[in-house]
Write a protein that binds this ligand. Structure first.
Ligand code: SF4
Length: 86
């Protein structure tokens, strides 16, 4: 995995979710909202957890909305359509 990006596919939501680690300031808002989807690593940057599918779709989206620097991106896996940010 590139150091600049943490990404995963959410099977449940049919989403590709990634974090731009250059943008991430480690505010941890995403973790407060969706603790099964995001975590901070040793560099205090967000990573995406394998347990992301234990969160509801709206929760993952809310976590992306909660990020103060909009470092979380969501796309539809199949179509590549941007879900967030619009
Ligand atoms: S909310 Fe944004 S800035 Fe904060 S840890 Fe998550 S991705 Fe990083």
């Amino acid at each position: 995995m590139s150091d600049k990006q943490a990404s995963t596919s959410s099977q449940k939501n049919a989403w590709k979710v990634w974090v731009d680690r250059d943008l991430c300031i480690g505010a941890a808002s995403c973790i407060a909202v969706a603790p099964k989807a995001f975590s901070l690593d040793d560099d205090a940057k967000a990573v995406i957890l394998d347990t992301i599918d234990q969160e509801q779709k709206e929760t993952v989206l809310d976590a992306a909305r909660a990020c103060p620097v909009a470092a979380i991106f969501i796309e539809e896996t199949k179509t590549g359509k941007r879900i967030f940010p619009k």
